[in-house]
Each structure stands twice: as structure tokens, then as C-alpha cells.
Design a protein around this ligand. Structure first.
Ligand SMILES: Cc1ncc(COP(=O)(O)O)c(C=O)c1O
Length: 504
């Protein structure tokens, strides 16, 4: 156990118990501390780590709140039985493509509910409370910039965009293993524009684009709007995109481009293992097919050692890395960026045609914030908070959802995937819950063939207040009614039943 805990002696008590809790949570997640195992006694933990008994008690209480351990009277603290993992590979269906308009209509309904304060949102991936963003700091920087450099709002920051921000981005990219020059980067209007530009420079109407299944729902109407065909590629809940399936498609020349989220994927939460990321980069380079890497959640990884971007293994410039500051700093700024590899020059020109430029004031505000070191501090707090909220959500699912429910274990970000046992139709559930002013996103949104009726994505980017937890419990209750199964952790029988459903 000692080796999984880093030195706890040189940090404040508050940070110390959080750090101890985080390290233990990571050990539980990785299986180093398996379900049912007993944690060392409070006294011996305190001795081992050179911290006070109060610090250990606070850390254990924190883990209890996160649903990871439980206290047993007269006996000590034990790792709780985990929510059954989703192990079955998600396979694509025969392409019975549902119209992109259907997806857009459903997304419209979901977004309308999200902006209506009467609804409790369980699924959308947009952190909504102010304390998820460093709003006050950004506000101060912006006010000071406007005072000292009023010319910022009187000019176009023509593509590739504000140089100070691109310098900061290039510097920060090293943490994800990428060696980028300022000139490699073009600022975009969020990650969405980066993805769109990447598709436009790498494909032409009628081309086929590979996608993980399930995938981020907006990619489906995006491809349709560019006249592109979506080709689903199976994913494994832990290892991510099936590289064997991908290799087959590349050998058969069935793909003109691929969009993938190899780190903290939306909606599953997986991060591809390092070897798989290297193989993915090699495959794309060998076949000379562009990979559009959506790295939106890459900076919100739960482990301290960040898994590198696939772009960091890009030999000949076939990987286009797209991301934004939407999930971490300020969705309203709409500032994203793309490192376009061999397409960088084309991208820069297309950006001007697409939306001309990004705001100088907003870009410069971010540049100053990044340079101040404030971003790293903010990211550390965000990673800790999301990891804890994901644990809490999983604990609630284990308590309230029908037996046989399975869930992915995200490695970062704040979304994960839930598979219900037989009899639960999340499209019907979606409608039922809308009537109760609870909004979620049914699994069918996440694939072009409209499958995953028994799945849904959950999002943990909201404050975990009584309202959120009650809505989650209500979702579980409705699913229990629909399936006829009682709530609680899956039994062997229920798991078997869930397996039968999936394979039938
Ligand atoms: C995986 C993924 N890519 C791209 C986007 C769009 O990002 P942006 O808001 O920066 O345009 C989102 C937004 O939720 C997302 O989840």
C-alpha cells in the first residue's frame, strides 16, 4: 500500500486528506485495492504515512461519501462491492441509418430542457455552476486588459489567431506529449469548428468517416451536413476503439478519415492504453488516412500522470488534434484550437472563410490566465472534483438502478455510460422523465444506426445537490419499474440476464 501513496508530509492538512483519499480512490479504481478488501486501520495508516489520525479519518470519510468504501461496525473500513463493469464490446449495427434530423430534433428537445431552470439535467456535458469556472479571475484579467489595451476590441485577430495564446497552447501541449510550434496551431470557434474544419480539409462529400460507437452525438449531424457517411467502429469499454476492426477497414480502403477520442472518450469515458495509442498513430500514418483526434477532455484525466495524445506519436502529420477551453475554462468564450499536421496551412485559410477570427480580447484573457499558472491550479481542482463526483454517481447507481445495470469506469472527463438490463427502453424513459422535469440523453443518440436503446450517458458536471441525486434516484426507480427488477447491486443471475439481452 505504501507505494501507492505519495509523500503527504509537505502539504496542508486539508490537501493532505484529499490527497490520501484520491490516492486510495485511484488504487480502488485500478483494482490494487479490490472489492471486499479491508483498509489498514486508521492508526496504522496514520503511522505509515506520517499524518495525524484526524487526517486519515477525514480521508476515509471522504471515500465513504464517494461510495467507495464502507465502515463495518467493530471491524474497520472495507472497499465496497463495485458496480458491475461494462465489459462487452460495443458492436456496430448494420447501417440502418436514422436521419440526422431525428438526432437534431432530439438534441433540440434536450437543449431546450437544459436551459429551462425547471428541469434537472442528468446528461448534458456542460458544467453549469459558476464554481466550475474561474470566472472572477478571468473577469479581472479581462477588465485590466480592456483598460490597458483598448485596441484589442478594435481589430480582427486573423487566423491563425492571437499569438500569445498560441504560444501558451504550444507550451502546455508538452504535458500531453505534443511538440507543437506556435505556427502549427490555429484558433477556432470551439472544438466544434475545429472538428468541422478538420473534416472539410481532409474529406469531400460522399466520403466515409470512421467513428467510435457509441460516439459524441453532434458528430452525426455534422457528418451529414458535410455529405459524409458515418462508419461505426466497435469499441471496448476499457481499451477503446477496436484497432483490429479499424485495420481491416483501412486495409479494405473503406475509410477516408477517422474521428476518435482516445482520451476520456465521450460518452464512455475510456482512455486507450498507451500501446494502443501508438498503434493507432502508426496505422493512420502507414495508411495515410487522416485521424481527427478530439482531445476535448484530455486535460481532465483523473490520474496524475497524463496519458499522451495520439498526436504525440504522429510520424508524418496525419493526425489533426482538436480541442477547446469549453469544458475547463469558459464555454461562453468559444475558444478552441486545432493542430492540423500536414493540413495546417489549408486549415488556417479555411478558418478565415469559415468564421474569420476569434476574439482578441477573449484569447488574450486566456493567454494571461494560462501564463499566470492559474490554469494548472484550476485543472487540479477540477480533476479531483470530477473524479469524486463520478464515484458518487456510480455509488448512487449501485443503490438505485435495477439489478444487472452495468456502467463504464471513466478515466477522465465527467461522463460515463450505463447499460440497463432487459426491458429498459431509454427512449421511453426519456419521455417519461421529461414529464417529471428530469432530462437525460437516451443511448440511441450516440450512434448513427440508432442502437443502444438500453443505454444512456450520464454526466457528473453538475453540483451534487439534493435535486441532482433525487433525479438520479428517480431515474433508477423508473428503470426498475420498467424492467421489473429490484434496485441494488447486480446479482450473478441478473448479470447473466443482462448478458443474454446484449447477445440476443
Ligand atoms: C467530445 C466533444 N467534442 C466536441 C465538443 C464541442 O466542443 P465545443 O463546445 O468546444 O465546441 C463537445 C461538447 O460537448 C464534446 O463533448
Amino acid at each position: 500500500m505504501a507505494d501507492i501513496l505519495t509523500s503527504l508530509t509537505d502539504v496542508s492538512t486539508d490537501t493532505r486528506y484529499n490527497q490520501l483519499a484520491d490516492n486510495l480512490a485511484e488504487a480502488i479504481r485500478r483494482g490494487t485495492l479490490p472489492a471486499g478488501s479491508r483498509l489498514p486501520s486508521v492508526r496504522s495508516s496514520a503511522q505509515t504515512h506520517g499524518v495525524s489520525i484526524n487526517t486519515v479519518v477525514a480521508a476515509y470519510r471522504r471515500l465513504e461519501d464517494r461510495g467507495l468504501i464502507e465502515a463495518r461496525p467493530q471491524s474497520g473500513f472495507y472497499v465496497r462491492t463495485a458496480l458491475p463493469a461494462l465489459e462487452v464490446q460495443h458492436q456496430p449495427h448494420a447501417p440502418a441509418a436514422k436521419p440526422a434530423e431525428d438526432v437534431l430534433d432530439l438534441i433540440d428537445t434536450v437543449f431546450a430542457a437544459q436551459i429551462n431552470p425547471a428541469y434537472t439535467n442528468l446528461s448534458l456535458a456542460c458544467p453549469q455552476a459558476n464554481d466550475f469556472y474561474p470566472g472572477a479571475k478571468l473577469g479581472r484579467i479581462m477588465a485590466s486588459l480592456l483598460r490597458r489595451q483598448p485596441h484589442l476590441i478594435g481589430q480582427y485577430a486573423l487566423p491563425p489567431g492571437n499569438v500569445a495564446l498560441r504560444q501558451q497552447i504550444a507550451r502546455r501541449s508538452l504535458a500531453l506529449g505534443m511538440m507543437l510550434e506556435t505556427a502549427d496551431i490555429t484558433l477556432t470557434h470551439g472544438c466544434m469548428e475545429a472538428l468541422q474544419l478538420a473534416l472539410r480539409v481532409t474529406t469531400k462529400p460522399g466520403d466515409s468517416v470512421g467513428l467510435e460507437t457509441p460516439t459524441y452525438f453532434y458528430l452525426l449531424p455534422l457528418l451529414a451536413s458535410l455529405g459524409l457517411k458515418a462508419v461505426e467502429i466497435p469499441t471496448d469499454p476499457q481499451a477503446g476503439l477496436s484497432l483490429d476492426a479499424l485495420e481491416l477497414m483501412l486495409n479494405e480502403k473503406r475509410l477516408n478519415a477517422l474521428i476518435a477520442m482516445p482520451t476520456a472518450q465521450n460518452p464512455m469515458g475510456f482512455t486507450m492504453p498507451l500501446a494502443a495509442k501508438k498503434r493507432l498513430a502508426r496505422l493512420m500514418n502507414d495508411h495515410q488516412v487522416p485521424l481527427i483526434e478530439d482531445g476535448l477532455y484530455a486535460e481532465i484525466q483523473f490520474s496524475d500522470a497524463l496519458s499522451p495524445a495520439v498526436k504525440s506519436f504522429d510520424r508524418d502529420g496525419w493526425v489533426l488534434f482538436c480541442t477547446s477551453f469549453t469544458k475547463t475554462l469558459a464555454p461562453d468564450f468559444r475558444i478552441g484550437w486545432i493542430a492540423g499536421g500536414r493540413y495546417a496551412e489549408k486549415l488556417r485559410k479555411l478558418k478565415a472563410v469559415s468564421s474569420m477570427s476569434e476574439s482578441s480580447l477573449l484569447s488574450q484573457t486566456l493567454a494571461v490566465f494560462l501564463e499566470s499558472g492559474g490554469y494548472d491550479h484550476h485543472l487540479r481542482a477540477l480533476r479531483r472534483r470530477y473524479a469524486a463526483q463520478v464515484d458518487e454517481a456510480r455509488a448512487l447507481i449501485a443503490r438505485h438502478f435495477p439489478q444487472g445495470t452495468r456502467a463504464t469506469q471513466p478515466m477522465g472527463g465527467f461522463v460515463f455510460w450505463v447499460d440497463f438490463p432487459a426491458g429498459v427502453d431509454t427512449v421511453v424513459l426519456f419521455q417519461q422523465l421529461l414529464d417529471e422535469k428530469i432530462c437525460m440523453t437516451p443511448g440511441t443518440l450516440y450512434s448513427p444506426s440508432g442502437r443502444y436503446r438500453n443505454g444512456l450517458r450520464l454526466s457528473c458536471c453538475y453540483p451534487f445537490n439534493a435535486r441532482y441525486t433525487a433525479a438520479l434516484a428517480r431515474l433508477g426507480q423508473r428503470a426498475c419499474e420498467m424492467s421489473g427488477l429490484p434496485p441494488g447491486l447486480a446479482t450473478t443471475t441478473a448479470e447473466a440476464r443482462a448478458d443474454e439481452t446484449r447477445t440476443s
